[in-house]
Design a protein around this ligand. Structure first.
Ligand SMILES: NC(=O)c1ccc[n+]([C@@H]2O[C@H](COP(=O)([O-])OP(=O)(O)OC[C@H]3O[C@@H](n4cnc5c(N)ncnc54)[C@H](OP(=O)(O)O)[C@@H]3O)[C@@H](O)[C@H]2O)c1
Ligand SMILES: *[C@@H]1O[C@H](CO)[C@@H](O)[C@H](O)[C@H]1NC(C)=O
Ligand SMILES: *[C@@H]1O[C@H](CO)[C@@H](O)[C@H](O)[C@H]1NC(C)=O
Length: 320
């Protein structure tokens, strides 16, 4: 008897937690994208691939901007097959290399006349080491790379306005801080190699995404190009693939994934909302979660910090 009561309570509690904290709203817009061109970075897997698939189904010309040709080709075939859209194209982009970003942009601008949507989705979590240019890997791939890429493509976005930039950030930005000393001295957002250090550095990089979006919106005023940042939810993807913590890998992850995470397609919904929802242009620069405008803390919308981060980023990617 007690057993059944406990089981029923546990199920009830789980159902409550699931429907309140895990389940997410779907984007219901029916916008079609024939004649539009979109770039999705890191679209060979996870949330990026789900986003690219949805956009392809809507008829867009979809550029898969990925670092591995082999991984991207597999996704490309799958997306073409599932969407019935053959205008899905791979273009090589390694966000851990400023040279690769510049050559991607050059290549893209030469071969593609339009750009309607840029979705900065790619990121790394457990990535030690440095990029080709000596930046901390997480700073380089998660912030400086997308920063340079966006700037190189801005003129084309302006020519094709109304157009949008969507930056996939994370709820984790709330735990982030920007230490300009560390950036200046070590070209890194933080030091250390423990799981805790790396989680912190990842959070800092996601705060960079939110601040970058804030400042970008200021700079884009009057252009009809708008931008948004977002949290996709807790999504079972390959993001934690490099984790070596065996407690996490063998115990927590399997339980967590199945019970408290959503699938990549539901993780793509807020990205799609920011990319396609009509009438959100006055909210340019803001942050969204669960397909809903969400207020951020002062540190994530501080004009002075955002401007300083922009200037430091220009220097780090050789734009200034
Ligand atoms: N999953 C979550 O619960 C969660 C929560 C909050 C925020 N997010 C954010 O959602 C976004 C998508 O993450 P995900 O969960 O879908 O992760 P994922 O499955 O690991 O996908 C990440 C993508 O980024 C690509 N990437 C990594 N390094 C790159 C580089 N140097 N150059 C180009 N592409 C690179 C990966 O390519 P490879 O396959 O070649 O490595 C992969 O395509 C990220 O911005 C992440 O921070 C995710
Ligand atoms: C998302 O919004 C839906 C509908 O408003 C709500 O039921 C759900 O609890 C929300 N999910 C999260 C994680 O906030
Ligand atoms: C922005 O869009 C509005 C409304 O479509 C248009 O009137 C205006 O000229 C556009 N501005 C620019 C700079 O393209």
């Amino acid at each position: 008897m007690l057993f059944w009561v406990v089981t029923a309570l546990a199920l009830g509690a789980y159902f409550f937690v699931y429907s309140t904290y895990v389940r997410r709203k779907a984007f219901r817009g029916t916008v079609k994208l024939h004649g539009k061109t979109v770039i999705v970075t890191g679209s060979n897997t996870g949330i990026g691939k789900a986003t690219a698939l949805d956009l392809a189904k809507r008829g867009a010309r979809v550029i898969l901007a990925c670092r591995s040709k082999q991984r991207a080709e597999a996704a490309l075939q799958e997306i073409r097959r599932e969407s019935g859209n053959n205008e899905v194209i791979f273009m090589q982009l390694d966000l851990g290399s400023l040279k690769s970003i510049r050559s991607f942009a050059e290549n893209f601008l030469k071969s593609e006349p339009r750009l309607d949507l840029l979705i900065n989705n790619a990121a790394v979590v457990c990535a030690p080491g440095r990029t080709e240019d000596g930046l901390g890997m997480i700073l380089g791939v998660n912030h400086i790379g997308p920063f340079l890429l966006t700037n190189l493509l801005l003129d084309r976005l302006k020519e094709c306005a109304p157009s949008r930039v969507v930056n996939v950030a994370s709820y984790m930005h709330e735990f982030g801080e920007i230490d300009f000393n560390c950036i200046n001295r070590h070209k890194c957002l933080g030091l250390g190699t423990s799981t805790l250090d790396i989680t912190k550095i990842y959070s800092h990089s996601k705060l960079c995404n939110v601040l970058f979006t804030h400042e970008l919106a200021q700079r884009l005023k009057g252009t009809n190009v708008t931008c948004y940042s977002l949290h996709p939810g807790s999504v079972a993807t390959e993001l934690d693939r490099n984790s070596k913590d065996s407690w996490y890998v063998f115990i927590f992850r399997p339980i967590f994934r199945n019970m408290f995470m959503t699938d990549p397609m539901s993780g793509a919904q807020t990205t799609l909302y920011c990319a396609l929802q009509e009438g959100i242009e006055p909210l340019s620069g803001r942050y969204f979660s669960n397909c809903t405008l969400t207020e951020v803390k002062q540190k994530a919308k501080d004009d002075i910090v955002a401007r300083k981060l922009w200037e430091v980023s220009e220097r780090l990617c050789g734009m200034a």
